[in-house]
Write a protein that binds this ligand. Structure first.
Ligand code: NAD
Length: 501
């Protein structure tokens, strides 16, 4: 962690001035003049006042993105020039990495130690996109039409992209959408989450510094029901890439119908993590614990349903609970913190509401179970790692996404049974399997209906590996070739070159 003291770090970015939005290369206040407060989830203090953009600001941002796409210099940028922008941005991200990690930690509460490890993926991802910028191509297709007729496909950017992200990983989620847009030649309007917009705005400054022309990336801060809704129904947005809850995803599908814009939906989950008795338990215990407790459970693919083979159930559940009890809960910016506060009052109410529901439904609390309110936790949104045992599949805590550090531990008896129960959910984002049996690993790898299956690991990611959902966890993919293709459209080009000699 170097010499930086993250607990006392202050940066000129948080200088007391209102934070403005990036529209057409300029930093602007909301047209309404309104702002909202961004709070520190560790103590509810005000970190900054942020411009409260709404439909009027979204109109301006979309118009700027449209101009940049249709008329601006961006249109004439060759693939190598777009690649240079992405490479420069990756370098700038690295140069300012600790500051960005600190801003994210301060704003959304995640442990800075975790962000400093996971955030390292972001420049890798930007460099992957930089590689893709010069690797896209259409095809020459032999046709059987009479005459001297040539036919080929041309890949073209889809146009103006609206990007809406949640608060649980702002620096990662924003670049996951801006990166492919820059690689393919699209333009973007990003709407960060109202709970954590600060690092996205700082990234906006770095995007300018990287030489991305005005209007190519615009950032409108504000609330989901106003700014987010305006972006998702906007008739001049060609594609909307959304990450968030399935309930908002459903609203976005409806809002997109006006101009039938393309959608990519990265939604929530209730991911099964399955531990067989033959697993390496010394690896599976921390693996299963951090599959749910990392980032205080605020990860879309968190392993929130922990299926454990009955022969090892009691021992395994106690070991996961013990692991959770040993995690240090504290302010995210403290480098020793392993579990930070939840992001907001609303989120802490939601999670503690599920703790009550679980207790009422008859699940047994093995560890955690209630909000921390003493001493340093008094003013923040702290919930300790919680293990519910003896959970039945029909309980609400086992069916609904909690998005907190709460795991439901469920015994099972056979491979066939656990596959059926793991798949018995409307969601399908991620799943985990812990076993030493290669045949079983392959069988479950195919049988689990989720966009990612991790065997003897959890939540591994790579820029080249597609990530996304089955069923109500959404459609579209992030990372990998699939994502790049989703920012492109394919044109069939026919040229009648006249009669053959
Ligand atoms: P949310 O759906 O409430 O909000 C996400 C974003 O949508 C925010 O920017 C919000 O302002 C905006 N929004 C809210 N209402 C809107 C509307 N009517 N129209 C347009 N935009 C609107 O989600 P959240 O509670 O902030 O985030 C947690 C959810 O995100 C969880 O369900 C989690 O699983 C999911 N998530 C999914 C992934 C993934 O990759 N699949 C990653 C992270 C989080």
């Amino acid at each position: 962690m170097g010499a930086i003291d993250f607990t006392t770090l202050r940066h000129p970015f948080l200088n007391g001035a209102d934070k403005k939005m990036l529209i057409d290369g300029e930093w602007r206040a909301a047209r309404s003049g309104r702002t909202f407060a961004s709070l520190d989830p560790a103590d509810e203090s005000v970190l900054a006042h942020v411009a409260e953009g709404d439909a009027e600001d979204v109109d301006l941002a979309v118009a700027a993105a449209r101009r940049a796409f249709d008329e601006g210099p961006w249109r004439t940028f060759k693939p190598y020039q777009r690649q240079q922008c992405l490479l420069k941005l990756a370098d700038l991200f690295e140069a300012h990495f600790e500051e960005l990690a600190w801003l994210d930690s301060l704003d959304m509460g995640g442990p800075v130690s975790r962000i400093l490890v996971n955030g390292r993926r972001v420049p890798e991802r930007l460099r992957y996109y930089a590689g893709m910028a010069v690797a896209m191509h259409g095809e020459t297709i032999e046709n059987s039409v009479k005459g001297n007729v040539f036919s080929c496909t041309v890949k073209e950017p889809v146009g103006v992209v609206g990007a809406i992200i949640p608060w649980n990983n702002p620096i990662g989620a924003s670049m996951w959408k801006i990166g492919p847009a820059l690689a393919t030649g699209c333009t973007v309007v990003l709407k960060p989450a109202e709970e954590a917009s600060l690092s996205c705005l700082r990234l906006g400054e770095l995007i300018q510094e990287a030489g991305v022309p005005p209007g190519v990336v615009n950032i409108v801060t504000g609330y989901g029901e106003t700014a987010g809704a305006a972006l998702s129904r906007h008739p001049d947005v060609d594609k909307l890439s959304f990450t968030g809850s399935h309930l908002t995803g459903q609203k976005i599908v409806q809002a997109s119908a006006g101009n039938l814009k393309r959608l990519a939906l990265e939604l929530g989950g209730k991911s099964p993590d399955i531990v067989f008795a033959d697993a390496d338990l010394d690896a599976a215990v921390p693996g299963a614990a951090m599959a749910i407790f990392a980032n205080s459970g605020q990860i879309c693919s968190a392993g929130s349903r922990l299926f454990v083979e009955r022969a090892i159930y009691d021992e395994f559940v106690e070991r996961v609970a013990g692991y959770g009890r040993g995690l240090r809960v504290g302010r995210g910016t403290d480098p020793d913190t392993q579990i930070g506060p939840l992001v907001s009052r609303q989120q802490v109410d939601r999670v503690t509401g599920y703790l009550d529901i679980g207790a009422r439904e008859g699940a047994r609390i093995v560890s955690g179970g209630s909000r921390l309110t003493h001493g340093p936790y008094a003013d923040g949104y702290f919930v300790p790692p919680t293990v519910f045992a003896d959970v039945r599949d029909d309980m609400r805590i086992c069916r609904e996404e909690i998005f907190g550090p709460v795991v439901c531990a469920i015994p099972f008896d056979s491979e066939r049974e656990v596959i059926a129960r793991a798949n018995a959910t409307p969601f399908g984002l991620g799943s985990g399997v812990w076993t030493k049996d290669v045949g079983r690993a392959l069988r479950l790898g195919r049988a689990l209906r989720t966009g990612s299956v991790w065997v003897n690991c959890y939540q591994l990611m790579d820029p080249a590996m597609p990530f996304g959902g089955y069923k109500m966890s959404g459609y579209g993919r992030e990372s990998g070739l699939q994502q790049i293709e989703e920012y492109l459209q394919v044109k069939g080009l026919w040229i009648n070159a006249g009669d053959s000699p």
